[in-house]
Design a protein around this ligand. Structure first.
Ligand code: PLP
Length: 327
């Protein structure tokens, strides 16, 4: 069971308790929520006898990391449509994907945004024949069902009265928790200026015929500059949190900002839940896209840290061979 207590910097007494479900420790090859979003998609691909599976993602995305790891484990051929240009020195996430056999297709943002209606999709279909497509981030009904199942498995292990906190991008994972047996859920968007996340999640749950019964409250990312941005306050907070919880690492894009916000509300006397359960949705590989000087965990051992060293060696070797070429 991966549930453990967390101490928040703003906690002054023990009248309120905080716990975290360590989804980051769940599965060695692809920890976090993405494996749950992918589970039924990849099962469907196998049922349909599609040995080639394609998806969309940004160059640092957790979805791509989980997608390639899970395809690799099932002997499926992963194809990834990468948002924007693909540079010769690949991001660590893309390099690891290529090492696991992924084929990358760069896609300019305009076409990328069209998703399953994009020209690049057509091009891949023509080239590879029967391709199973997983939507960006692993969403859709099959992604939702995987998250609902995950939420119920955590509910079965926990105190039933806990107020759940979960981070959101598309909101698919949060929808799984909102329609689960948990009675109250707070959702923390990783995007700035999202005003209708609650309605979006309720709509998602309704669309899949699993209504969100419990109490649902959503927050947007308005404190750190937007998606993927790190503020100095956030880094100071993570260092303080690490001193109090030395074995806990949060990811820079989603879970760090969720815990920051709850800590801030607690400091302001606005967080009232007696028992809070954070869901760690993984994503530690996301630190590979951040300079080591900003990474509060850079001296801690993790698979993400090891991968980073491998990337530096790779770039180093590449530079040396370039220099040789010039001489
Ligand atoms: C993708 C991701 C999320 C958001 O999941 P959605 O289902 O798109 O809302 C949250 N946390 C982490 C670590 C993620 O990688």
């Amino acid at each position: 069971m991966h549930i453990e207590p967390v101490i928040l910097p703003a906690q002054t007494d023990s009248t309120q308790s905080f716990y975290i479900y360590r989804g980051d420790l769940e599965c060695a090859i692809a920890p976090g929520n993405k494996q749950h979003k992918l589970k039924y998609h990849l099962q469907r691909a196998i049922e349909l006898k599609s040995s080639v599976v394609a998806t969309f993602g940004g160059p640092h995305s957790n979805h791509i990391a989980a997608f390639t790891a899970q395809c690799h484990a099932r002997q499926l051929q992963p194809i990834i449509i990468v948002r924007g240009e693909v540079h010769a020195s690949l991001t660590p996430t893309l390099r690891q994907a290529v090492d696991k056999g992924a084929i990358l297709f760069p896609s300019e943002r305009k076409d990328y945004r069209l998703g399953l209606s994009s020209a690049i999709r057509k091009c891949v279909d023509e080239q590879f024949g029967q391709v199973y497509w997983v939507p960006e981030g692993g969403g859709g009904e099959l992604g939702f069902l995987g998250c609902l199942e995950w939420a119920e498995s955590i509910f079965a292990k926990t105190m039933s009265g806990a107020h759940v906190c979960v981070a959101a991008g598309t909101g698919t994972t949060a929808a799984g928790f909102a329609s689960s047996s948990f009675a109250s859920v707070s959702v923390f968007s990783a995007l700035k200026g999202v005003t209708d996340l609650e309605q979006q999640i309720v709509k998602l749950c309704d669309a899949y015929h699993k209504p969100a019964y419990g109490c649902l409250k959503a927050f947007d990312e308005s404190l750190h500059g937007g998606f993927g941005k790190l503020s100095d306050n956030l880094l100071v907070f993570l260092a303080a949190l690490k001193r109090l919880n030395p074995t806990l690492q949060l990811d820079p894009v989603y879970t760090a900002k969720m815990v920051y916000r709850v800590n801030e509300l607690l400091a302001q006397g606005k967080w009232r839940a007696p028992h809070t359960l954070f869901i760690h949705t993984g994503g530690l590989q996301g630190w590979q896209g951040v300079s080591a000087s900003k990474n509060p965990y850079s001296n801690m051992s993790s698979t993400a840290g090891k991968a980073l060293i491998a990337e530096i060696c790779f770039v180093g070797a590449w530079r040396i061979s370039l220099l040789r070429g010039t001489f």
